[in-house]
Design a protein around this ligand. Structure first.
Ligand SMILES: [Zn+2]
Length: 473
């Protein structure tokens, strides 16, 4: 890991090591910055404490360490009093949103981009059958490198929090630390690839990995793959340590059949039976549920991740968005990318737009609702109550978007909410700057922690190596 990370790590990192740019937006008053003023912001968007979507015009944001301290109109602040000043009014201006939340991803699979015939017509069951062959050829270095590739791509698109679902802890932890991404590290407790994975491993990790950058959670790929003993232990661990638990659910009819075969129950019943139908559980896809099951999931406050591109690519079916909505589950629905095997472009804006175009035959999802799914709903289901909003007391996770750009211009300046519609429908934009926990990780579209040019070289090398191993098998 160290050799690979050595190659892709930026030698000059962080903004304090960069010179002031007279014409630019950054002014460094103190190299080791602790107080930051994001000044003269033409527009920023956030939900307030009552979940109402609001815009602020010509405001400034004060950040101390990793926390937003104040949000006030710009004239109240003297830029000389801050260690670092980012003038968001300069050079055509900047629009700021909370960093987006990706509630379902498999970052260690990034190296498999182009390996799975993404568009060639296979369904999810066929694609999944091919996966173990490729995954078994990847070592720990590959998994860590993949995760760096995946997380940094997400960051480029303004995503600052990722719920990772995979079968090992260390490579994801290392990559999360290196990239500074907020990562929930969901580890499979029942895995064919890693048979040693078990609830006991989770207990061990909880002890050994205290203070880790990523936050430990539990996962099973599908419920039918987990034994009754495993599911009972998962419940005990959830209760004892307040951990999150996640699984794919009802992604295809085959999954439902397998669950009936192994557990003699449908998936929602399995969750209920093992005491897992509650707010600590997050289900992904959740397509082929009966109406009454949607009701039970909604009433129980289970987190639900909608992955419209993955569902389309794999012909999995259509997520019954409006059924969940009508049963009161909206606040628990977030968006996710899945891996590059299911969606090559790892951004949340295109997922928001695809959600809109997928469900409009019944009713159109409003832009404000899509914004909430990318921010506060994700924070809610991932139990991150201090993330997803630009308000005092919240974590300073911010995405900065160039205003004078395609995708924003023209907009209705009498109704700045039109910018939200523009960014979603134009979709998939690259953020100009990204801040996580009060530190810039991307500045003027350049990653400050990773040498992307070297990253691409190493990714390409290792991808061809894995390809060779698969061919020779
Ligand atoms: Zn998935």
């Amino acid at each position: 890991m160290s050799e690979i990370f050595g190659r892709i790590k930026k030698e000059k990192k962080r903004i304090e090591e960069n010179k002031n740019d007279k014409h630019g937006r950054y002014r460094v008053n103190k190299a080791e910055y602790k107080t930051i003023l994001i000044h003269n912001i033409p527009y920023f968007f956030t939900c307030d404490e009552t979940d109402k979507l609001r815009y602020f015009s010509n405001h400034s944001i004060v950040i101390e360490n990793d926390i937003i301290k104040a949000v006030e109109s710009a004239e109240k602040f003297n830029p000389d009093e801050f260690d670092l000043v980012y003038d968001a009014g300069k050079r055509g201006g900047t629009v700021i949103t909370p960093g987006f939340i990706n509630a379902h991803a498999h970052p260690p699979m990034y190296l498999l981009r182009s390996s799975m015939d993404l568009d060639e017509g296979d369904n999810i069951d066929k694609t999944l059958a091919k996966l173990p062959k490729w995954e078994s050829k990847m070592d720990e270095d590959d998994l860590a490198l993949s995760t760096v590739g995946d997380l940094t791509e997400q960051q480029k698109f303004g995503v600052t929090t990722t719920f990772s679902h995979y079968n090992c802890f260390d490579p994801i932890e290392e990559a999360a630390k290196l990239t500074a991404q907020n990562v929930i590290n969901g580890i499979s407790v029942a895995s064919h690839v890693s048979p040693e994975n078990s609830p006991a491993l989770i207990e061990k990790l909880l002890k050994e990995k205290k203070g880790s950058h990523s936050r430990l959670a539990m996962a099973v790929h599908y419920l039918y793959k987990a034994s009754p003993e495993v599911l009972s232990s998962v419940r005990e661990l959830v209760e004892k340590h307040n951990l999150l638990f996640t699984c794919h659910m009802s992604e295809s009819e085959k999954v439902i059949e397998e669950t009936l075969k192994n557990h003699k129950m449908r998936e929602v019943e399995v969750l209920e039976h093992y005491g897992l139908l509650n707010k600590n559980t997050i289900i992904s896809h959740a397509i082929h549920l009966r109406e009454e099951e949607i009701g039970r999931v909604s009433n129980a406050g289970v987190g639900i991740v909608h992955l419209p591109t993955s569902n389309r690519i794999h012909k999995s079916g259509v997520f019954p968005y409006w059924s969940y909505y009508d049963k009161g589950a909206f606040k628990n629905i977030a968006l996710g990318t899945d891996s590059v095997v299911s969606k090559s472009r790892l951004d949340i804006l295109t997922e928001a737009y695809r959600a809109r175009t997928t469900h409009l035959y019944i009713k159109t999802i409003k832009f404000g609702s899509l914004f909430k799914m990318m921010t506060i709903n994700g924070a809610k289901i991932l139990d991150m109550p201090r993330h997803g909003r630009i308000l005092p007391g919240y974590k300073a996770d911010l995405a900065f978007w160039k205003l004078k750009d395609r995708g924003f211009i023209p907009f209705d300046s009498n109704n700045p909410f039109s910018l939200i519609g523009n960014i979603i429908t134009h979709s998939g934009r690259v953020a100009r700057d990204v801040m996580i926990g009060g530190k810039f990780v991307i500045r003027s579209r350049k990653h400050l922690l990773i040498d992307e040019s070297k990253l691409f070289d190493v990714l390409q090398e290792r991808h061809m190596e894995v390809r060779r191993k698969v061919r020779e098998e």
